[in-house]
Design a binder for this molecule. Structure first.
Ligand code: ADP
Ligand code: MG
Length: 339
């Protein structure tokens, strides 16, 4: 797989040195700190990390939906800079060229309008389409996402759908304006396992059918394994590792990634116990970290010599390494060999 940040066609989405800071009463919260990644058309980038690692803030910043935050760096969609774009222009791009789905579809669906009306209205708002045309497109979109009897179900209200069917409705809404970029923020977290698998399958299918660029945000490496081509692992608002999905699972380089993988339930071992979460807690984003943010929880740092530990605590590791497989660690593992 090519290194998408250095070769291949111009990526649809290109994020460089994205930093998002929230001024709060307790101080500046640096939620995202110097993040860079690319997503080409027809590819899915999985962004994975524990709760609080900055995944949602990243996705909202890409969409230009940050409230009260200071956003710096660059977000380019098809070559066009989005950071600093006036709200009116961002609003035009949202929906038409990029769309987002969330964990909780009910929060984005209006309870008093039928789903068909809402999808049609979304299209009309962006394209000024005629009512009959928009309505037909809404039914087509519902059919595309696998809602049975789409013509009839278009006349139903959100509460008349199950959680999984509501997420399908959200995907239909996102797709009706034919965006090129879809950002999905924990779209299956609230669903039970079987429905989760169906929604992931649906996202993978529409991604292929439409050649979409997809950013799949999740705390669950199992989700990444199902849909992502490439993976970005986040910790404390920074990227700690980027890899093609098979490489990440076969040979994780960063101790944090290895910890995430170790906390996955083992399918090949029926006696495997409950999830082993990584001990310790995520870093405070209020104080600037001088060394590696993961050092206090890192088994590699703990097992190192005093000099190695001191380096991890004092010197912030940059995201560097082999093309397509950069890692931000002073002592990464390569191909399973721990240095
Ligand atoms: P996650 O990876 O779980 O999606 P988020 O991106 O939601 O994490 O949050 C990253 C960090 O940014 C968290 O520590 C969160 O508390 C902080 N944060 C998010 N939104 C705000 C805000 N509006 N004001 C202050 N801090 C925020
Ligand atoms: Mg989140």
């Amino acid at each position: 797989m090519p290194d998408t940040t250095t070769s291949g066609p111009e990526p649809l989405l290109s994020v460089r040195d994205l930093t998002v800071v929230f001024p709060t009463r307790r101080g500046a919260v640096r939620a995202v700190d110097g993040l860079s990644f690319d997503v080409p058309r027809g590819r899915t980038l999985g962004i994975v990390g524990e709760s609080g690692s900055g995944k949602s803030v990243t996705s909202l910043a890409v969409m230009g939906l940050h409230t009260g935050a200071e956003v710096t760096g660059s977000v380019r969609l098809d070559g066009r800079e989005l950071v600093g774009l006036p709200e009116r222009e961002l609003n035009r791009l949202r929906g038409r060229r990029m769309a987002m789905i969330f964990q909780d579809p009910l929060s984005s669906l209006h309870p008093y309008y039928t789903v068909g009306e809402q999808i049609a209205e979304h299209h009309r708002a962006h394209f000024g389409s005629r009512r009959a045309v928009a309505r037909r497109l809404a039914v087509d979109a519902l059919a595309e996402v696998g809602i049975p009897e789409p013509r009839r179900r278009a006349g139903a209200y959100p509460h008349q759908f199950s959680g999984g069917m509501r997420q399908r409705v959200m995907i239909a809404t996102a797709l009706v304006c034919e965006p090129e970029l879809l950002i999905a923020d924990e779209p299956t977290t609230a669903l039970d396992v079987t429905v989760q698998a169906q929604i992931l399958e649906l996202i993978a299918r529409v991604q292929q059918d439409r050649g979409l660029a997809v950013v799949m945000i999740t705390h669950d490496l199992g989700v990444v394994a199902r849909v992502a081509h490439e993976v970005l692992v986040m910790y404390g608002g920074r990227a700690v590792e980027r890899a093609p999905v098979d490489g990440l699972f076969r040979a994780p380089s960063h101790p944090y990634t290895r910890g995430l993988l170790d906390s996955l339930p083992r399918l090949d071992d029926p006696d495997d116990g409950p999830m082993r979460a990584i001990p310790g807690s995520p870093p405070s984003l209020l104080e600037p970290v001088s060394g590696c943010a993961f050092a206090p929880r890192c088994p590699r740092a703990a097992a190192g010599t005093a000099a190695e530990r001191a380096r991890c605590e004092a010197e912030r590791p940059a995201l560097t390494g082999p093309a397509g497989r950069p890692v931000a660690c002073h002592f990464p593992a390569y191909e399973g060999v721990v240095s």
